[in-house]
Design a protein. Structure first.
Length: 386
């Protein structure tokens, strides 16, 4: 379903993605790979060859204003190949961090191959003791040794770690002083470095992308592994959080749209009492309400992305877009399941995949509760609740 909010430049990017997905990964293949819990390498390569990983990175590696373009790519993938959409969120974060904080050598070694589809990255922040309060509970440590650093610890729920080329790892490098977010450093760790172990976790969703536990057992890396400034890694990550929120919102809008389209198709074809079930007002109103919430979320998303692209403060709008989009996606996937009756539970239909995959962006990269905390504090001026 096309959106009245889509301007020609957004529609153009969506059409490029739609054509690639239709050619390389039609619905039957998306279904097959999701069932086999396998990454779609062919689709990744085709999207990278079309220059879609490159969005957000200039040829010299510097970051550029491209939030709206990234949102268009992610919505379209979210509406079709949801796991690839999640993989792209991680790659765009890598592109942003490497573009902003990488040295010329790191950009040549990691960013340049990444944007042409060679050597994906994984982003390893969350730990077994928690994701929301991760800085306080962070146990992964890096200590200085001759010629570099020794990293010890473990990370949990890391997307795409099994087959990435590099991990962007946050580790504690000194006790926090003053601000609680200091004392953490970002490292670029090769996936095949001695002492790195990756095991896949058994999750209910995002089956086309690995979700992993990663261990660091006395991993030795050189000085050239430090990405950005020592002890300022979390500050640097916070600087990309807007983009993360926007990109999570874009995937959620895509999932909501995919579910709405599938539900309308089903409601048009399925008959009851001698007529299509889509003629019943009870279903029409649920679908219409979902459509209103979807367009409201998209409207916030485009406003936030445009503000971010023009250098305005987009923090509150981005947080609102993220919550509105995850609410719309969970509502529409629930509506879709209801419209489909028993068929909703059939693995032959994509609805159950949308229903499962929509869960991710209710808590990642930050939970909707933390987004609401932020809105209460920043927009409403209320005291911090935690
Ligand atoms: C499939 C998948 C992929 C992921 N990919 C990555 C990845 O690539 N890299 C990465 O680093 N992480 C990744 N994550 C981790 C994800 O970012 C975390 O799950 C998320 O940040 C939440 O952390 P948590 O699960 O530890 O929940 P917790 O922090 O334990 O939170 C539990 C509950 O407590 C609530 N809560 C906590 N504090 C407050 C508060 N102050 N006020 C109100 N409520 C509060 C939360 O909102 C939530 O409802 C992934 C997770 C999954 C499942």
């Amino acid at each position: 379903m096309s959106s009245p909010l889509d301007r020609p430049e957004v529609e153009e990017i969506k059409q490029i993605v739609r054509d690639i997905v239709a050619k390389v990964s039609p619905p039957a293949r998306i279904h097959e790979l999701d069932e086999a819990e396998t990454y779609d390498e062919a689709l990744w390569t085709a999207l990278a060859e079309a220059g879609l990983v490159q969005l957000g990175a200039e040829s010299d590696g510097s970051a550029s204003a491209s939030h709206l373009s990234q949102a268009a790519v992610l919505e379209e993938l979210g509406a079709s190949a949801t796991s690839m959409a999640v993989s792209f969120v991680v790659q765009y974060m890598g592109v942003s961090l490497l573009g902003k904080h990488g040295t010329a050598e790191q950009r040549a070694r990691v960013l340049e191959p990444l944007v042409v589809g060679e050597g994906r990255v994984a982003f390893a922040l969350t730990e077994p003791d928690g994701g929301t309060d991760v800085v306080r509970v962070m146990r992964t440590q890096a200590e200085r040794v001759a010629d570099g650093w020794r990293i010890r610890g473990a990370k949990l729920w890391i997307s795409g770690a099994i087959d990435c080329k590099h991990l962007i790892v946050l580790a504690r490098t000194s006790e926090s002083s003053g601000s609680s977010v200091s004392g953490v450093t970002m490292f670029l760790v090769p996936r095949d470095a001695a002492g790195v172990s990756v095991s896949e976790l058994n999750t209910m969703a995002i089956h086309g992308l690995s979700t992993c536990e990663v261990g660091f057992d006395d991993v030795l890396v050189g000085e050239d592994a430090v990405l950005g400034e020592v002890d300022r890694g979390f500050h640097q990550v916070l600087g990309t959080l807007n983009g993360e929120r926007l990109n999570a919102a874009a995937v959620a809008v895509g999932i909501g749209r995919g579910a709405l389209d599938a539900a309308v198709d089903y409601a048009t074809a399925r008959q009851a009492f001698g007529r299509p079930i889509g003629t019943f007002q009870a279903l029409q109103h649920r679908l219409a309400t979902g459509a209103i919430h979807l367009e409201s979320a998209r409207s916030l998303l485009y406003a936030a992305a445009t503000a971010a692209d023009t250098g305005e403060d987009a923090a509150v709008l981005s947080a609102m877009a993220k919550v509105a989009a995850s609410d719309a996606a969970t509502e529409l996937t629930d509506t879709g399941m209801r419209v489909m009756g028993g068929s909703g539970l059939s693995r032959e239909y994509p609805m159950q995949r949308f229903f499962r995959d929509a869960r991710l962006y209710t808590f990642a990269p930050l939970t909707d509760e933390m987004m609401r905390n932020f809105i209460a504090e920043r927009y409403l001026g209320l005291p911090r609740s935690y």
